[in-house]
Design a protein around this ligand. Structure first.
Ligand SMILES: Nc1ncnc2c1ncn2[C@@H]1O[C@H](COP(=O)(O)OP(=O)(O)OP(=O)(O)O)[C@@H](O)[C@H]1O
Ligand SMILES: [Mg+2]
Length: 221
């Protein structure tokens, strides 16, 4: 069974008189445990596709099923923030950490938002895996780019999500830090997590199990 299943997925943007089909009638299946690269030129629709799967954006048409839940069904709309926090880990090029919270507080935030007690041993094991155990009491402004992304990855994994979405997670990093983050994503995938990685780095895309190409909103294998 697919962990992500998108059918006839379409997202159109209207800009004045013109209409942009950022994602056009896309069909896509991702199996549990896959590490899939999404590649394509700038403006081709990669972020739009990821944001639809990640429930940040809503499609103009079509359906997406994530881990057995139709996230596009209208009756699920109100529950979407909760579904999103429980099923989806999402990391971004610019980390999106809250600047006034420490690394540890940032990591704990998705659990706290659902009024759930933070699983401290899980938090610590993530910090260990990601090599940020001694940075947990620091503010984001006191961390390097690579460390910030490690914190963001820990935050994305704190709720044991079904899938991890990564939108150019190494885009702001130097080569060494980028390679390290890619190694960590590989390890997280080896431990069983399904990952969708948007990247402009062909070498990283080649490491993944499979590449999905998108051009002008159209998916090709
Ligand atoms: N909120 C929006 N309103 C109008 N048009 C948008 C909006 N968001 C994206 N677009 C348009 O949709 C298309 C796809 O954008 P998207 O951000 O998905 O591209 P991308 O593949 O992620 O590009 P990049 O590699 O530069 O990040 C582009 O033509 C973009 O201008
Ligand atoms: Mg993008």
């Amino acid at each position: 069974m697919s962990i992500i299943s998108a059918r006839s997925l379409t997202r159109r943007y209207r800009q004045g008189q013109t209409e942009i089909k950022a994602v056009n009638n896309a069909n896509m299946e991702v199996a549990q445990g896959e590490f899939v690269a999404i590649v394509g030129s700038s403006g081709s629709g990669k972020t739009t596709l990821l944001n639809l799967i990640g429930c940040i954006d809503r499609p103009t048409a079509g359906t997406i099923i994530v881990d057995g839940v139709d996230v596009t069904e209208t009756e699920n709309a109100k529950k979407l923030p909760v579904i999103r926090r429980q099923k989806i880990g999402h990391i971004f090029q610019d980390y999106n950490l809250l600047p006034i919270l420490t690394a540890k507080e940032n990591i704990a935030m998705p659990a706290l938002l659902d009024s759930r007690k933070v699983d401290d041993s899980h938090l610590l094991s993530l910090a260990n895996l990601l090599g940020i155990k001694d940075r947990l009491d620091h503010l984001p402004s006191e961390l390097s780019g690579g460390q910030k992304q490690r914190v963001a990855i820990a935050r994305a994994l704190i709720n044991h999500p079904a899938i991890l979405l990564a939108d150019e997670p190494t885009g702001n990093l130097d080569k060494k830090s980028a390679d390290e983050i890619m190694e960590l994503l590989k390890e997280i995938n080896r431990q069983g997590k399904t990952i969708l990685l948007v990247t402009h780095n062909e070498k990283f895309a080649d490491i993944c199990n499979r590449k999905i190409r998108i051009e002008d909103g159209n998916l090709t294998a």
